[in-house]
Design a protein around this ligand. Sequence first.
Ligand code: APR
Length: 233
Amino acid sequence: MKLVVLTGAGISAESGMSTFRDADGLWNNYRVEDVATPEGFLRDPQLVLDFYNDLHHSLQSLKPNYGHIGLAELEEFFDVRVITQNVDNLHEAAGSSNVLHLHGELTKYASVKNPDRAHDWPFGTDLHLGDKADDGSQIRPFIVWFGEAVPNIEKAAEWVRQADLFLVIGTSLAVYPAAGLLGYVADEVPIFLIDPKPVKSPYKHPVTVLQKGASEGMRELVGILKTKYLLNK
Ligand code: APR
């Protein structure tokens, strides 16, 4: 059975990564236009590099929580595909084998000329203004900024179309095209959603909501999935 999951910043909140739109979220302390758009990078590249260097540095010490770990453990029973809006590496650290990053990866860098070509960004190093990639252009974080294309969205939509079960964890569903992926879930497919706050799905498809944090919600969900789909196997 194919279990397809869409995750957002909330799944990493208990690991110490800030969300974007909660009261203490990143977008309350920074303006999206300044640090997450190509225009912002043109205007003040140092500010943008400082922002991502700081995030990269803090990521180094973070550990996955049971939200991530439970998804990796479910691979024993399901063909689990994780589509994440997150740029952290906590799904990989938890042991998930199929992770598709929609918005880039903080453990990689790219260049202004080739924003889609990723190079490994080792911990303990910073991205500097003036550093050039092998194509001769300024290096930049491997992050999909607002206004840029989302190259993995087609593959993500394909995974969603093939889902037998669909799960949403820790996303406000405020950002497209990611939120639009719910529209590709087939009619008969059950959707579960884990989030401590009420989240509005943009579609009519019924959703079973577990209004909990990621770890607690994942424990409950594993119980539900085992009872409903695995007991007779
Ligand atoms: N467990 C699960 N969910 C949580 C937790 C938790 N412990 N704490 C908070 N949340 C939920 C919030 O209630 C909210 O619904 O996580 C969600 C986070 O929403 P956003 O901050 O909007 O993050 P996200 O949906 O991932 O943002 C999408 O926006 O700025 C961009 O590129 C960025 O990928 C990001 C995209």
